[in-house]
Design a protein around this ligand. Sequence first.
Ligand SMILES: [Zn+2]
Length: 290
Amino acid sequence: MTDHLTFADGAYNRHSERRVDDGFMDTLWSDPKTKVLLVGGEHVSADDNTLVWRSAAEVPEGDRLYLGTVDGTEHAAVMLERVPPPARALRSLATELGTAQARLAVHAVGVAQWHRTHPRCSRCGAATDVREGGHVRRCPQCGATHFPRTDPAVIMLITDDADRALLGRRPEWPEGRYSTLAGFVEPGESLEDAVRRETLEETDIEVGEVSYAASQPWPFPSSLMLGFFGRARTTEVTVDGTETTDARWFSREDVRVLTLSGELVLPGGVSISRWLIERWYGVPLTGSWG
Ligand SMILES: [Zn+2]
């Protein structure tokens, strides 16, 4: 089975209680053992397939972010407009990192991207200050505090009574590429209802029972993917033609034959969509669009 859930599995210690201590970041920065990652947008300091950590004395000035402790070593990041080389986009690097390294980098990129797009107070418009180890912005004018935003999205593998899987494709994808359905959760909506609404909107399939499977942070820029299995009440597919240009029921035999022939191309090993498909299929599949 794929290891994408290493993004979410287990935890390094984020020590969120330390963030409220105003002197903590200075203490962290004065410790030569603290490891600091450079982060800017989706990019992190990295050489080939490895994150590049520096001591606090070696990194440029910028807003500081406390990440947490791994194996007794403190890890932090400095958030820059642009990461000087060597740097890599996390999206392409994440599959190559080990568990703890991937989790640290996902944390850093997720928070850094929020800071980049939220420099001002959404209540009064004043420029805000970074506080609490980089996890809060506070407005000096009206006193409002702002927290990093996460956008919940549901992603679902829907099966019918014959245990076939419903996979769809988007208009911009290359020929043969299919994946699980997905969509953002709306305000006031339960996750289960979001699964049913998105499936109905995209394919006209009615979904009954819905069960939670797993989640995956996807900070490009700020999604949390919530994975579900759902059971269809109907089987006649009609796509919306805009978000989804085709959707079909695939048996396991269809998937086996069509992935071998290259006519069906499934999502890559790091994605929760791949994980959901393999969980349904029963064993790991070969071939993907990476
Ligand atoms: Zn304000």
